[in-house]
Design a protein around this ligand. Structure first.
Ligand SMILES: [Zn+2]
Length: 118
């Protein structure tokens, strides 16, 4: 599979993970009202979140910056290339901007065309 498709699948897995994360928080609130329903939603959202995390873990390591060869959506704990507000422009910002066609590498700062990844 080419890197452009892998990149899209990677960020879609992140988007779905965010939905499951929101559902997980909702389920905790729901647990107060209805234990049965809350527990069901908790189990589904936790399973979905873990599944997405595994998918993103695999795909995230395959989608790399053409300049520095580091993972575009995996920030890690090392020092990153900061531009603008460092809290707003991490890996999640890259994920949000992915379908705009151009993202800035969080490691080296180079502009990466997400529709021409090799
Ligand atoms: Zn880079």
């Amino acid at each position: 599979m080419d890197k452009v498709k892998l990149g899209k699948l990677n960020v879609i897995s992140i988007y779905i993970a965010w939905v499951f994360l929101a559902l997980l928080i909702t389920s905790l609130i729901l647990l107060i009202i209805s234990q049965g329903l809350g527990l069901l939603l908790f189990t589904i959202s936790l399973g979905g979140l873990l599944a997405c995390a595994i998918i993103h873990g695999i795909l995230g390591y395959l989608v790399r910056c053409p300049n520095c060869n580091k993972c575009l959506t995996v920030q890690g704990f090392g020092k990153n290339f900061h531009y603008g507000n460092r809290f707003l422009v991490g890996w999640s910002y890259v994920a949000v901007r992915w379908f705009s066609g151009s993202v800035q590498c969080i490691h080296c700062g180079v502009e990466v065309n997400t529709n021409k990844l090799k």
